[in-house]
Design a protein around this ligand. Structure first.
Ligand code: ADP
Ligand code: MG
Ligand code: MG
Length: 894
């Protein structure tokens, strides 16, 4: 095995072996761009090191050989006293990762070679500055010395001299700082700063290997589901110097604006600086465009190189470069991160430039980005005072009065106030407050904190971990630095604040909210062809058209009423995959349901069913009209009946009080009896779904009749109703056969009366493990399956969906037991394998069986890809997720 690759030997497709940075350095080298020579130690070497605790024996010799070659190229030896070759040691895994070791620059400097560097550069200050940087970076990242000690020593030196910026320190000052730094290393580590250049390099390489397994890196990998055994590569790159005076400098650049996607010159440049100085904010950078005045030759060359890179990578690239005395050097490039809006714009721009085709354009965007573009947002043009910034945990723009405890949140929101719940961190006791609030703000915790997980689950705006904000729940206030950084701003209970869950920003006062132009477009209020249509809308329009052209999965909506159905249709729904009839039993109709449940005699029961029938029918007529010509799957009653009855505690109290007053109400007494009778310890596993149809005579028959008569009525009105009747919670084919027989009898009656074939189909949900396991048998009695992946996940894992998010999911996510809740993204291995088997078994029995999914997963990007792979016919999701599902279905097929 070969453990070391020269930059001339690699290429951009070797990321697994050379890491992202190494692969791209090699690619640039081979494109003929000016990259300082160097070599990359592979991830394979890292893996051996981590497994055995030592560098592979062959590595030392390979490194020596490559180092000799590098020394020959550069005409000097590493750390050579009179003219030292210096190198940087840079980590670089396949995915860039927080927690990995920082780069160490200027390796090869020592007490001896600092003199040589002075001689060669003719700049004593530069030499000492480079040396102090080496000891500082090496001390901190390789030897584990607290970095603040070095910073403090520099501060002291500046203060002693009465200057504020580092360039005002002269060679003498820096030499004294080096002495001080060496003292710090001795005091903190009990050994001297290593003077042998090769030892410096080898120690740095091992430190990079070790950094693969820091706690922070491990946690990040678990959360992002990056395999733990990839290892990191190490790049050794000969140094170029941006700190050699005013004709030197260092900068970063983008080939397009990563915020908007606009083409142009974007970046920052800092004269007379090295490495991270440009992003560290120690001095003010200048816009990249100003480089044209400072150094026209380098500027022109850089523009040309950026053009080359864009055409070569066919994408936005970001770049790190350094200019050493008028000579431009490229130090890094990669395909750059971008905002959601920029992703859509850039994808279509690249199509127009002929760089990529439509299928590739679809891979350049994703559903999460589209979802982000659909949230209402704060009006950026409005003047607003920013209090601070936290982690963007759950998107959206929320405005409300600050409250500091759950109780107040609930109380105020009941009286019609909009509130933002502010906590240091949340716990399960805060749940009611979180539900009541418009948004949640915490000063502690990351993306997997309780607040973040629960808020995302509820689709509620959340900013977490805003550490610069001080939350005092006792005094009920939040303290922030004032914008000038000198004073403080105190937000008290009742003061209005605004939080942006898409970028983590927190504002004082009410920031006006504007609807998303992308939603306006989907709603049909903004046309992509219109002159004034924002170019973002145009880009979204084009990408959606590509997706619709290639996708195989159809996309339906979960909708229970005509209004939702109409919106879903505007958003591109091709039918309704789930109409929940229980929503039609609420409000004024609850009383009828109560009567049905309380009925002692057949007559009483029939009377309430007969009263419900026309109401149900009218609902369906409207729904079929809104979805005319498209399939509408109606699910028969599913939830436990007690959901339609009063709460057991409240009712008991009412009855007890009435009895005390000796004025008992006959109806309440009967209700209480019924509530007791229907009370279940585990209602989600109790009397619900098909079980209701089997024990309450006439209930399903009434619903089927309502559907059939509604369909007949639409036909008479020359409509094209396409109803599908879906039976929930079936576990065995016998249940289904029973209900089916009854349904067919009712349908036949309605058809005879109407004199028409209503073409109604009957199918079932697959949402119990037993149903999935016996899908072959169930398909005998089902014309379609709709996978109810919420209940299926609940029953396969044994997780109570209503409880787990608030109780132990945070701990599970933090421990990395799963990277994402299985209720959010389908668990491919467990739940997914049941789905896959049921698909095969169902098709084996009934080749033309229609297969869909109507759980929450139908609108989740990753899950949509899974449903495409297993060959479902459609996914169904909430109306707002439809564009996301269309896009992801297109991406899965492209
Ligand atoms: P990161 O992954 O944090 O960007 P890098 O390895 O790119 O780390 O290096 C950190 C900084 O040091 C960057 O500004 C980079 O351009 C600079 N740098 C790295 N290697 C060299 C080198 N050989 N010569 C000059 N500057 C370098
Ligand atoms: Mg870098
Ligand atoms: Mg269900």
């Amino acid at each position: 095995r070969k453990f070391v690759y020269d930059f001339t030997e690699g290429n951009k497709d070797l990321k697994d072996l050379l890491g992202g940075k190494g692969a791209n350095l090699a690619e640039m080298t081979n494109l003929g761009l000016p990259v300082p020579p160097g070599f990359t130690i592979t991830t394979e070497a890292c893996k051996v090191y981590l497994e055995t605790g030592a560098e592979p024996p062959a590595l030392r010799d390979e490194v020596s050989a490559h180092l000799s070659a590098l020394e020959a190229t550069m005409g000097k030896k590493l750390g050579q006293a009179d003219d030292p070759l210096l190198v940087s040691v840079r980590s670089g895994a396949k995915f860039s990762m927080p927690g990995m070791m920082d780069t160490v620059l200027n390796i090869g400097l020592s007490d001896a070679s600092v003199a040589g560097l002075t001689q060669q550069s003719g700049d004593e200050r530069f030499a000492w500055d480079s040396y102090r940087r080496l000891i500082q970076m090496f001390g901190k990242t390789v030897l584990g010395v607290d970095g603040d000690l070095f910073e403090e020593a520099i501060e002291e030196a500046k203060q002693a001299k009465g200057v504020t910026v580092d360039i005002d320190l002269d060679a003498g000052d820096l030499r004294r700082i080096v002495e001080r730094f060496k003292g710090i290393v001795r005091e903190e580590t009990g050994r001297s700063f290593p003077q042998d250049p090769r030892e410096q390099m080898d120690l740095a390489v091992c430190a990079v290997f070790d950094s693969w397994n820091t706690d922070r890196a491990k946690l990040y990998r678990r959360q992002e589901r990056i395999p733990g055994d990839l290892g990191t590569a190490v790049n050794v790159c000969s140094m170029v110097f941006g700190n050699l005076g005013p004709d030197s400098g260092t900068g970063v650049a983008f080939t397009r604006d990563p915020a908007s996607g606009q083409q142009g010159v974007y970046g920052d440049y800092l004269q007379n600086a090295q490495g991270e100085d440009v992003v560290a904010g120690i001095r003010n950078t200048v816009p990249l465009a100003d480089l044209e005045q400072l150094d026209k030759k380098s500027y022109d060359q850089l523009m040309e190189i950026m053009e080359t890179l864009e055409t070569h990578y066919k994408d936005l690239c970001d770049i790190e470069f350094t200019i050493e005395r008028g000579q431009l050097w490229m130090l890094q490039t990669r395909v750059g991160k971008r905002t959601a809006g920029a992703a859509f714009r850039i994808a279509t721009q690249l199509v127009d430039q002929g760089l990529i085709d439509e299928a590739e354009a679809l891979q350049r965007v994703n559903g999460a980005q589209l979802a982000q573009l659909m949230f209402p947002r704060f009006d950026e043009t409005a003047a607003s005072e920013q209090l601070g910034r936290g982690i963007a945990a759950s998107p959206g723009a929320a405005v409300g009065k600050a409250v500091f405890d759950s109780y107040t949140a609930v109380k105020w929101s009941r009286s019609g106030e909009k509130v933002i719940l502010i906590r240091r961190e949340t716990n399960p006791d805060d749940l009611n407050g979180m539900i009541a609030a418009e948004g949640i703000l915490t000063s502690r915790g990351g993306k997997t904190s309780h607040a973040a997980v629960v808020a995302r689950g509820m689709g509620k705006t959340c900013v977490c971990g805003a550490e610069e904000l001080e939350v005092d729940t006792k005094k009920r206030c939040l303290t922030a630095k004032s914008p000038d950084g000198k004073g403080r701003v105190v937000v008290e209970e009742g003061d209005v604040i605004s939080i942006d869950g898409s970028n983590g920003k927190v504002y004082l006062g009410e920031v006006p909210v504007v609807p998303s132009p992308v939603v306006e477009y989907f709603e049909g209020r903004m046309h992509a062809g219109a002159e004034d249509a924002d170019d973002l809308v145009k880009a979204v329009h084009r990408i959606m058209a590509y997706a619709d052209r290639v996708r195989r999965l159809r996309v339906r909506a979960n909708a229970d009423n005509a209004e939702d159905a109409a919106r879903a249709r505007r958003f591109g729904a091709q039918g309704i995959g789930l109409c929940r009839t229980e929503h039609m039993f609420l409000g004024e109709r609850r009383e009828l349901v109560e009567r049905l449940i309380l009925a002692d005699t057949d007559e009483e029961r029939d009377a309430s069913l007969n009263a419900l029938l026309p109401l149900q029918k009218a609902d369906f007529v409207e729904l079929f009209e809104a979805m005319d010509g498209l399939p509408v799957t109606v699910r028969l009653l599913d939830p436990p009946l007690h959901e339609f009855l009063p709460d057991i505690t409240e009712l008991s109290v009412r009855v007890a009080l009435a009895e005390a007053r000796k004025d008992s109400n006959e109806n309440d007494l009967r209700l209480l009896q019924a509530v007791h009778k229907l009370h279940e310890q585990n209602p989600m596993l109790g009397l619900r779904g098909v079980r209701l149809g089997l024990v309450i005579p006439g209930l399903f028959a009434m619903q089927v009749r309502a559907i059939a008569e509604a369909a007949a009525e639409r036909r008479t009105a020359n409509g094209d109703p396409r109803a599908e009747i879906m039976i929930p919670l079936v576990g065995t084919v016998q249940e289904l056969e029973f209900v089916r027989e009854e349904a067919e009898r009712v349908i036949a009656e309605v058809e005879a009366a109407a004199g028409a074939d209503l073409k109604l189909t009957i199918g079932t949900m697959i949402e119990l493990p037993r149903a999935a396991l016996t899908a072959g048998q169930i398909a005998e009695a089902a014309e379609f399956f709709s996978f109810g992946t919420n209940d299926l996940t609940q029953t396969v894992w044994g997780f109570s969906r209503d409880d787990v998010e608030a109780s132990f999911f945070t701990a599970y996510l933090e421990k990395g037991i799963f990277g994402v809740s299985p209720f959010e993204t389908i668990d491919r291995d467990g739940v997914g394998s049941l789905v896959r088997n049921a698909v095969e078994a169902g098709r084996a029995t009934r080749p033309d069986i229609k297969l869909g999914v109507c759980g929450e997963h139908g609108g989740d990007p990753e899950s949509v890809h899974f449903f495409h792979e297993v060959g479902l016919d459609y996914v169904s999701c909430s109306p707002f997720r439809i564009p996301v599902a269309r896009l992801e279905a297109g991406r899965a097929a492209a």
